[in-house]
Design a protein around this ligand. Structure first.
Ligand SMILES: NC(=O)c1ccc[n+]([C@@H]2O[C@H](COP(=O)([O-])OP(=O)(O)OC[C@H]3O[C@@H](n4cnc5c(N)ncnc54)[C@H](OP(=O)(O)O)[C@@H]3O)[C@@H](O)[C@H]2O)c1
Length: 246
């Protein structure tokens, strides 16, 4: 298929875990072109090779993007504008756990990467979403740890994540609903999504042996959301087969 007719999806933090797996799952469809973003070009090259080694029919392109850097965000948006003139979906997936850091370092780091970064990435790419050839979608990868209702009920202990990570995801949730309200009028569908406990590099506990879903399983629902299968849930806090309370 000609690239001009493909659905272009930009994924931040796609050098490992859920982001990399999403690039693989999207590339299984020949209609898709994936902008695989990595803050490290070295890690990004390895991730690109990993996707390309599968000989999938979709296409993938590497883009340097550090969501904690305004310069990097602006440069990435300029590159995509020049190369493609649009994107059709933005997946704010990059995230950090910072569980091992003391709170004075973990709070600023998690807020910058998990909430502030997605806000500014979305602002930078908004003009390119507006020129989408399909229904534009924003998928903010949040966490059940950011649910205030679950925290109040004390059914979801912060466990090894701690307050900085959970609070940064609660902040992302408010950014997500704000985007849903403001961009919904422009026809953009916005979702927060919690993948649940998934095998990845997020922390040392993220292993199948500890009860985590495989990366393939945990990522799969995102493909359906990006295809528009859950558009009626615009503005929601989605999870596999249902929704989380805010
Ligand atoms: N796995 C779970 O159980 C789980 C549960 C709920 C939510 N989530 C969320 O899922 C998302 C993906 O995480 P994951 O589980 O796949 O963990 P992961 O394997 O550690 O992936 C996180 C990705 O984010 C990237 N990243 C970190 N800081 C960045 C920055 N400043 N700019 C750009 N990229 C950056 C990392 O790149 P580097 O390799 O360069 O560090 C890595 O590629 C995160 O938002 C996470 O909070 C995960």
């Amino acid at each position: 298929m000609a690239e001009s007719k493909k659905i272009i999806t930009l994924i931040t933090g796609a050098s490992s875990g859920i982001g990399l797996e999403l690039a693989v799952q999207l590339a299984a469809d020949p209609n898709n072109h994936v902008l695989l973003c990595s803050r490290s070009l070295e890690k990004g090259e390895l991730a690109l090779q990993e996707v390309q080694s599968r000989k999938l029919p979709g296409t993938v392109e590497l883009l340097q993007l550090d969501v904690a850097s305004q310069e990097s965000i602006a440069a990435a948006a300029k590159t995509v504008e020049e190369r493609h003139g649009r994107i059709d979906a933005l997946v704010n997936n990059a995230g950090t756990g910072s569980a091992a850091l003391p709170p004075e370092e973990a709070f600023p780091q998690t807020y910058l990467t998990n909430a502030v970064g997605p806000y500014f990435v979305t602002e930078a790419f908004l003009p390119l979403l507006k020129t989408s050839i399909t229904t534009p979608r924003i998928l903010n990868v949040s966490s059940g740890a950011g649910s205030m209702t679950r925290r109040l009920a004390n059914t979801h202990a912060q466990g090894f994540w701690g307050l900085p990570y959970s609070a940064s995801k609660a902040a992302l949730n408010l950014i997500s609903v704000t985007q849903a309200v403001v961009y919904g009028d422009m026809g953009i569908k916005v979702f927060a999504f919690s993948p649940g406990f998934v095998e990845s590099n997020l922390g040392p506990h993220n292993k199948v042996a500890n009860g985590a879903q495989t990366t393939e399983e945990g990522t799969r629902p995102m493909v359906g959301i990006l295809k528009g299968e859950r558009d009626e849930e615009h503005g929601g806090f989605l999870a596999k087969g249902g929704q989380y309370p805010w």
